[in-house]
Design a protein around this ligand. Structure first.
Ligand code: SF4
Length: 425
């Protein structure tokens, strides 16, 4: 059996390869490949123009026409990654039994539709299967807008999909499958991996429970061998995609102790998905320092107790302050750890946000402002679902929930935060 797997473009006002890989999709393709089928893979985002010392890259981009809903915005809407001509040239002149396409951000759906249109033109008779985050979170929108010949595969449809492919399916085995990057990316500047799936929390702005239920760790020995293997192949930067890496303290201690013993200081870890401050303890933090965690990022979102409660109490301010002490005692000096604060959530007091930025800066933290976006399936989204049924409005670059009169203040706060962070450089 021959399968073509495709990761579509990004259409947006801004995009950067901040260690972006369609990890779930690559795991699924690896799981399929392990059972025999031949996989051909194309990533439309694999056209970049610059790379930094940690492997992060700037995408090649071209200006494209804005969807009418954004016509009033002065910003340039772009396609990130290969040109359509390059993508068409990459599509092999052979037949496939199935074509699998993934999707991520819900508001990138115009890019997905364009990818599907080009695929359909080239392979009019091949069964086309679309899965991923957009399909899981905006199923009705996808169903309404795509032709009935495209099979929409949500996570709960995977069993049916594997039946159709005449392959075995075990969710457990699939989630434990480690991505065979050498089969997908000839040039790999960094490696994205997970030690776990799922998250024990249920933050009101997050839709994790719709995408990944429960919490489970990947078998430790298998994972350690995998990391060492890629480290020997020359990969230096390893990027944790976990949603709750620190949650299972015993597993984390074993994982980091094993890495310390076997990999020494030959690798670096990055945490763009954020870590949970409430599970940071001295032993784990010291191990993080010793195993090469670079500028660990923690998701704290706000210091306001009322909002912390509304977000479902992931962390409180005393845990944050204790965590800062632990970080410093473990050798993470000022400017070498970061906190995500949310910018633009409903009813946010921007003057309070500025106070929080100042407070955290004085404590030695870099602040990463994370622009709030409404995620379908989250509790907060339910409050606004009538107004934001159009997925393009979920885009955090558009600031749909910020009053236009506050936009100037928002930009000032962003510039101010950058200025403070530069003081640590
Ligand atoms: S935001 Fe993070 S901590 Fe909260 S539910 Fe989602 S993944 Fe878990």
């Amino acid at each position: 059996m021959k399968i073509l797997g495709i990761n579509p473009w990004i259409y947006d006002f801004a995009a950067f390869d901040f260690w972006l890989k369609p990890y779930g999709f690559l795991g699924l393709l690896s799981y399929i490949q392990n059972q025999g089928p031949e996989i051909t893979y194309i990533d439309c985002l694999e056209k970049t123009i610059k790379k930094d010392k940690f492997g992060r890259r700037e995408f090649y981009s071209q200006a494209i026409e804005k969807p009418p809903i954004f016509s009033q915005l002065k910003r340039i809407y772009k396609r990130y990654g290969k040109t359509p001509e390059e993508f068409e040239q990459d599509l092999p002149d052979k037949t496939f039994d199935y074509i699998l396409v993934t999707s991520s951000m819900t508001y990138w759906y115009p890019a997905i539709f364009e990818t599907l249109r080009i695929i359909r033109k080239k392979y009019p008779l091949t069964p086309l299967i679309l899965g991923g985050t957009y399909v899981n979170l905006c199923y009705k929108h996808a169903k309404f807008n795509l032709d009935t010949k495209t099979f929409l595969c949500r996570n709960q449809d995977l069993k049916y999909l594997f039946n159709k492919l005449n392959l075995k399916y075990s969710q457990n085995h699939m989630l434990n499958t480690l991505v065979k990057y050498q089969c997908f990316y000839p040039d790999l500047p960094y490696l994205v991996f997970r030690t776990s799936w799922g998250c024990p929390f249920n933050c009101s702005y997050c839709a994790i429970k719709k995408l990944s239920s429960g919490f489970r760790n990947i078998p430790l020995k298998k994972l350690i061998n995998y990391i060492l293997d890629y480290s020997k192949k020359g990969i230096k930067d390893f990027v944790l995609y976990d949603d709750a890496f620190l949650y299972n303290t015993a597993y984390v201690k074993d994982f980091l102790s094993e890495i310390k013993k076997t990999a020494g200081n030959s690798i670096r870890f990055h945490t763009p998905n954020a870590l949970h401050m409430r599970y940071l303890n001295k032993q784990v933090c010291r191990l993080m320092k010793e195993t090469g965690f670079v500028n660990p990022h923690f998701g704290i979102e706000t210091l306001e107790p009322r909002i912390q409660k509304d977000f479902k109490n992931k962390v409180n301010t005393s845990q944050i302050l204790k965590g800062i002490d632990i970080l410093k005692e473990s050798g993470f000096t000022p400017g070498n750890f970061s906190f995500y604060l949310l910018l633009g959530y409903p009813g946010q007091d921007l003057s309070q946000l500025k106070k929080e930025i100042n407070f955290l800066h004085k404590k030695g933290a870099r602040v990463s402002l994370s622009e709030f976006s409404l995620i379908p399936g989250s509790e907060i989204f339910q409050r606004y679902r009538q107004r934001f049924s159009e997925p393009l409005l979920h885009n955090n670059s558009v600031f749909s929930l910020i009053e236009p009169s506050n936009l100037e203040t928002v930009n000032k706060i962003k510039n101010y935060t950058r200025k403070l962070n530069r003081e640590f450089d």
